[in-house]
Design a protein. Structure first.
Length: 307
């Protein structure tokens, strides 16, 4: 019979895993959303404005929850003094991910770029956890992560995503994965001391301030349409705002690298939506890759529960 402590840990870990899994499903809708309504807008602007909409959404939800009290958006001196640099690094991580990811996709191709960026992020997170935080993960965690990453690569290659290769583009996608891993580990420390909604408001506000000038520099002025506006609002409020809020809430109960590994649910959700809504036909290799991703994530969950 399980002790009260182990039962409490199990329920907390299960809750964290469920929250991150839901976030991954929401992230997986981004590609379909852009396909349906934002194809004519530069990916740089999609990413930058998505961050700004997320910051506005989180700020308004904070004001609504605290009855319009603007003081709820102000960091207390003790918080600012202790964690201001952490907010900067988290903003740099999520903002850098957006910039490096979309720039890498343009050079390396969508399929390969997505596989490298999303697939490398849990590996980066595991290495950072071991080398920087001095808290190495179990061999079982690494086994599950590597199986999931291999499955993700198989999904991309099965879809014909390996036709374009650009070493600079791959380097940018690797930097995107590193940026996201760094964001997740810093974000976990922040949400351990502050409400996730407050943390995400500041992180996404800082990220938007970093990403908007980059979008203007590389993509010029955006050409908006009604469909593009609706899609970017959805991406900002749901895919970034709500999904990252769920992700942050989940990180309070599981390790940062496990949270990043579970983000591999994103390509699974995107794959299912592409088949179900867009009507794409996938080869058997892609389906085998999908099974490998799910198997690897099951192993990662087992490792987290044992941890």
């Amino acid at each position: 019979m399980a002790s009260p402590a182990s039962s409490s840990f199990f329920s907390a870990s299960a809750q964290g895993i469920a929250l991150v899994a839901i976030a991954g499903v929401l992230w997986g809708t981004s590609g379909t959303a852009q396909y349906l309504g934002a194809a004519g807008l530069s990916p740089f602007w999609v990413g930058a404005v998505q961050l700004a909409v997320a910051a506005a959404f989180l700020g308004l939800s904070l004001l609504w929850a605290r009855r319009g009290n603007t003081g709820s958006l102000v960091l207390r001196p003790s918080q600012a003094g202790l964690r201001l640099s952490s907010f900067f690094w988290a903003s740099l991580g999520i903002g850098g991910y957006s910039v490096f990811f979309y720039a890498g996709l343009q050079m390396a191709g969508v399929g390969v770029g997505t596989a490298v960026a999303i697939g490398s992020s849990p590996i980066w997170a595991g290495l950072l956890q071991a080398l920087v935080l001095r808290a190495p993960l179990s061999p079982l965690w690494w086994l599950g992560t590597l199986v999931s990453v291999a499955g993700g690569v198989a999904m991309v290659l099965g879809e014909g995503g390996g036709s374009q290769v650009s070493w600079p583009g791959l380097a940018l996608c690797l930097l995107a994965g590193l940026s996201y891993a760094g964001y997740a580990l810093v974000n976990k420390r922040l949400v351990s001391h502050m409400p996730p909604k407050v943390v995400n408001f500041y992180v996404f506000s800082g990220a938007a301030l970093l990403a908007l000038p980059v979008a203007a520099l590389y993509a010029g002025m955006p050409q908006w349409s009604l469909s593009a506006v609706l899609v970017v609002v959805y991406l900002g409020a749901v895919v970034s705002g709500i999904a990252h809020l769920l992700f942050s809430m989940g990180l309070r109960h599981i390790s940062g690298p496990t949270g990043v590994a579970l983000s591999l649910i994103e390509p699974v959700a995107a794959f299912v939506l592409a088949v179900w809504i867009v009507g794409e036909h996938q080869p058997w290799v892609a389906w085998v890759g999908l099974a490998a991703v799910l198997l690897g994530l099951w192993v990662v969950v087992k490792a987290e529960m044992r941890g």
